[in-house]
Design a protein around this ligand. Sequence first.
Ligand code: ADE
Length: 238
Amino acid sequence: MTWRADVLTIFPSMFPGPLGESLAGKAMEAGSWSLKVTDIRDFGLGRHRSVDDTPFGGGAGMVLRPDVLDAAIGSVADGAVADERPLIVLTPRGAPLTQKRVRELAEGPGVILLCGRFEGIDQRVIDARQAEEVSIGDYILSGGEIASLVLLDAAIRLLPGVMGAADSAVEESFSAPLLEYPHYTRPAVWAERAVPETLTSGNHAAIAAWRLEAARQTTKTRRPDLYNQYIASGALAP
Ligand code: ADE
């Protein structure tokens, strides 16, 4: 079955963008997923197809109008027609996107993504449509479009049959929540730097132990939050 993505944006030409290439592009050609992009401006008001207005209460920037957005959302997910897909608004105010949520989305029928722009989106349409507000990280992008591409990329690679090396996803969940160990390939010595000896030993148990230890140490230094989760999950202390 095809995983269906709808994107609502005022910059439709930003899609599929990078998702037309590589893994996601091939998966789209193969019919593993489909993308429909809706230009919010098609639902804009008046001669100028206006989509935004100044914020009540004052302040900088413009806010996307609820009536315009609701019409755009209705065109892809009419309340009368059952659409099982979650409506997700990409915004820095959202709950942080996690691999767990990405996995859930990939296992479902698809997503409807609403890209915010300007200062924001009128909260009433978010509430009325029971949209899920999602952020891809603690930094501010100029809009939700790139965040949508990130969410889609993360989900698409998990769709059945999409990932080239089928093992990759299994290994990822196996090593969670640790960061990955470092990778090496030929030449065995490059710029006077040798590959860690264990990796060329052919001793699979020793290699597995080396990788686990490398993953632990990297996680401990870079992401103490993940490391504490790892320890709490019952893993042996260092
Ligand atoms: N729009 C602007 N910044 C964003 C972020 N960090 N995540 C999701 N959408 C955004």
